[in-house]
Unconditional design. Structure first.
Lengths: 248, 248
């Protein structure tokens, strides 16, 4: 058996997210598995590092898969070229690495970086309309930074988890939240050991509310303490979110 | 009569260029005139600073139009909001200024800046696929700079004009050609007093050939001297070209 980890970029605009689910057509996982199965002439299943929602983009999503010994053996370079030849232009494979057979892209991930991009201009920039959320309101970035400081560290993020039936631990560690402004584009970069369902969009939505003075920066602590999803009201839109990289 | 100059941004991907021409549907001029005519409830004609080809983008195209005294008079701010309300999301009005009645966006333009963006990565970046030309070849940027130096100044650019029946002067002045590299994205910025039909794409195509060592940097002088369009063989693709700004 051979095991590989691929690193890929995708424009999520026209997809129903990463994960194949029942009859939902047009997912990125489905596109990847279809092309892999065609290349190997046998069914191949790919495990992503995690799901991305419909409309969410990736600069460095990872996925692992196994090829049994009886199948064609391609070099990583050959496989990279074949995948990019057959995949649509809005999905690109950046790298393929051989891994130990027990490697799994989700189970072995130890950290992730996400970026959320906000177009803060008066009118939505035409080149950002699919790649940033348009928030024309005046944002108090200093208040957003103070609010973000309350999120750094290890906390129970149950209030920021949209899966209400989550049975596993909702404790996560956020290592850093960095703000970058370039013209009217505001980018918030979240680094952590892992993120819950909708967590980055819920965190960003709450930071935007702080930026608009709809909430105070210090409210973050009480929202965390409440461990109650109903405390969080604004899920920032999918098109602003990018999965930047996965750490192993 | 009132006369206005608008500055606009557009994503040219799905349009047949700026100019309304006979039965060609889906041009940016047509979209703008349709919305203006609806706002004023009377036909309005808009004069662009120049044509952009199908697929070419604008960060700062300008257009002028006249409104007769009998029509509704909106303030620039009202007009800006109305236009952005009715125009599709891939066309945005950035600014509207009142002008003297003899003002004409094309006839009074004294300079323009264009940018050509090249995605020089091994595989086409998914986020640049509509906004840069993918040229995966190794490019000798130093040779391209040396070639560009021959283009600076006042020359007869007939060899770089795709309109073979051009009756007016083909003499133009290029003030600067600047190269900027950011990761795998190479941007070439052309500033000049005006550009002929396809001129920026023909200049860029030739610079790319120099970068690939298909031509020598010093060949540029003989191409200019030939005043012969058949000397130029590569028109760089439309999707990499942006009209950045128009100077008055």
């Amino acid at each position: 058996m051979s095991t590989y980890c691929i690193t890929m970029q995708y424009d999520g605009s026209r997809y129903n997210g990463w994960q194949k689910q029942g009859n939902t057509p047009n997912t990125i996982q489905e596109k990847l598995e279809t092309v892999l199965s065609r290349i190997y002439n046998a069914p191949v299943e790919a495990a992503g590092s995690g799901r991305t929602d419909a409309g969410v983009h990736a600069l460095g999503q990872t996925a692992s898969f196994h090829i049994s010994s009886g199948q064609n053996q391609y070099s990583c370079q050959e496989l990279l070229q074949l995948l990019n030849q057959y995949l649509p232009l809005d999905i690109r494979i950046l790298q393929i690495e051989p891994k130990e057979d027990r490697f799994h892209a989700r189970l072995h991930a130890v950290g992730k970086i996400y970026e959320y991009r906000i177009d803060n201009g008066a009118y939505a920039d035409v080149f950002l309309r699919r790649y940033a959320a348009h928030i024309p309101d005046t944002l108090d970035i200093d208040a957003m930074r103070r609010a973000a400081a309350h999120l750094i560290g290890t906390h129970d993020f149950k209030s920021f988890c949209a899966n209400r039936r989550m049975k596993k631990s909702t404790v996560r560690t956020i290592e850093a939240i960095d703000f970058q402004q370039e013209g009217t584009l505001l980018t918030i970069r979240f680094s952590g050991d892992g993120f819950l369902y909708h967590m980055v969009r819920l965190l960003t939505g709450t930071l935007i509310e702080v930026g608009r003075h709809q909430r105070k920066a210090d409210d973050i602590s009480s929202i965390l303490d409440a461990k109650d999803y109903s405390q969080v009201t604004f899920t920032a839109p999918a098109e602003g979110l990018f999965l930047v990289s996965v750490r192993y």
